[in-house]
Design a protein around this ligand. Sequence first.
Ligand code: GRF
Length: 222
Amino acid sequence: MSRRSSPLRIVILISGRGSNMLAIAEHVRDGTTPAEIVAVMSNRADAPGLASAAALGIPIAVVSPDDHADRTAYDSALAERVAVDEPDLIVLAGFMLILGPAFLERFEGRMLNIHPSLLPRYRGLHTHRRVLEAGEHEHGASVHFVTEDLDGGPIVIQGRVAVRDDDSVETLSARVQRAEHSIYPQAVDWFARGRLTWKDGRAWLDGQPLDSPVCIDFTFGD
Ligand code: GRF
């Protein structure tokens, strides 16, 4: 198992609030995770998380699809910009664009994403609403390696929460987000310590292939 001698260089991609980005930044800032967030980037100049990152002194950048002819050109431009910061890990944290081959091939095995469902259930959008409509009793979030299979890459860790009878999309998503803010920093920490690796198209933890993800049950008292 490889152990790093220098802090992991992380680039975080966001499109919105950036609460997962902030949770990871907190673990880096307090010294828990041996890493450096070298940039937070967004496809949207108005992403609120950009201001939050800047307030922490993290360099920010915007790469907008509007400035590029098509998605292929955008993918290449984003990959070029990200590469400038020489990241060891790219963290997708609410980045709402689908990345194409030009990006994915360049950074294979170095990209994590968080998805608000217990994958492989509920890929795609509007997971909280769909979970409620289906009458599920449990829901959660998954951190996975990013591959061309959208929301389908190897899963590393999941946080599971109970669905309550009186849940709305808002209450359920808030509970899932609390779980996200625990499992995403955990996965990044494992990667930073060389405990989480990518080999042969699979996720490995502590030198063992992760045949099933680590799953943590969260019981929040709210
Ligand atoms: C999270 O719920 C994550 O699961 C999804 O997008 C949301 C991002 O939230 N991919 P935030 O911007 O980190 O607050």
